[in-house]
Design a protein around this ligand. Structure first.
Ligand code: B1M
Length: 211
């Protein structure tokens, strides 16, 4: 089994004690950080499939997520270079009722590398908390909302609506997460949608440049 396959299977199995060492070994063997990350993302896809099939349960998903987060921590310094350009502040969070944060954390990492000052509100973030963060921080150019559950898609809608109705100006909204589509983003009036962390950074830069 190659080192990258070992990384994937150990994320799947939630081997939290082994994963950081394996990721370091994969880097030492010359694997690109992006490929190692993709292997871990694929592992989470398999974990989700097993959960859907009823062969694993929430605790196994949780421990796999913990393993992935530890692996991402090792990769972080090896991912995209940090930009010297300052693009302003981005408020990011996973919407109310939703506890998934791995995708949101990857988007945070990519936007930070692109030049945004990131204010991460964490998970289960209410529309009011997003609005308060826009008020509390200077030079907010983007509010980025993540949602992973079909049941929390309405929370994306209410968050975007609340931000628009708040009367606050000077920033754009971006939404994303596995169940989110461009069509849904258009329907709820978000300024942008991105399917993954890399394209989120590209779109965010374009959005801010256009303001
Ligand atoms: Co949950 N979960 N989960 N879960 N979980 C999913 C999402 C699910 C698809 C699994 C499945 O059934 N196959 C399913 C949702 C089904 C649906 O609604 N359609 C599901 C479910 C049902 C649940 C619970 C309801 C289970 C239960 O309790 N019975 C429960 C809900 C809890 C809650 O949130 N209220 C639950 C709980 C959990 C854990 C807490 C155990 C854990 C999360 C731990 C954590 O995040 N710290 C967990 C996990 C790990 C998963 C899976 C297995 C993996 C998610 C993940 O991290 N993927 C997931 C299955 C799957 O995704 N296939 C599943 C890797 C990550 C890199 O991808 O987050 O999609 P993702 O992010 C991508 C893009 O979506 C995008 O960029 C990222 C990468 O480039 N992106 C953005 C994300 N946010 C973005 C924002 C942007 C732009 C792009 O702009 C702002």
């Amino acid at each position: 089994m190659s080192k990258i396959e070992e990384v994937k299977s150990n994320v799947e199995a939630g081997k939290t004690k082994l994963i950081q060492g394996l990721v370091r070994e994969a880097l030492d063997e010359g694997y690109a950080a992006g490929d190692i990350l993709q292997a871990m993302i694929d592992a989470m896809g398999t974990v989700g499939d097993k959960f859907s099939a009823g062969t694993i349960f929430v605790p196994e998903m949780l421990i796999a997520a913990k393993a992935m987060s530890l692996g991402v921590g090792v990769l972080k310094p090896h991912m995209a270079e940090t930009s010297s350009v300052s693009l302003g502040t981005c408020i990011i969070g996973t919407v109310q009722g939703d506890l998934h944060d791995i995708g949101k954390n990857l988007v945070t990492m990519m936007l930070e590398s692109a030049g945004f000052t990131m204010i991460d509100l964490g998970v289960d973030v209410s529309p009011e908390k997003f609005i308060q963060a826009v008020k509390d921080n200077e030079n907010v150019k983007l509010v980025a909302c993540s949602g992973l559950l079909s049941t929390t898609m309405p929370a994306l809608q209410s968050t975007v609506a609340a931000l628009k109705e708040s009367g606050l100006t000077g920033f754009k909204t971006m939404v994303g997460g596995a169940p989110v589509t461009q069509e849904f983003a258009d329907k709820i009036g978000a300024d942008a949608y991105a399917p993954d962390a890399g394209s989120a950074a590209v779109k965010a830069k374009k959005l801010v440049a256009a303001t």
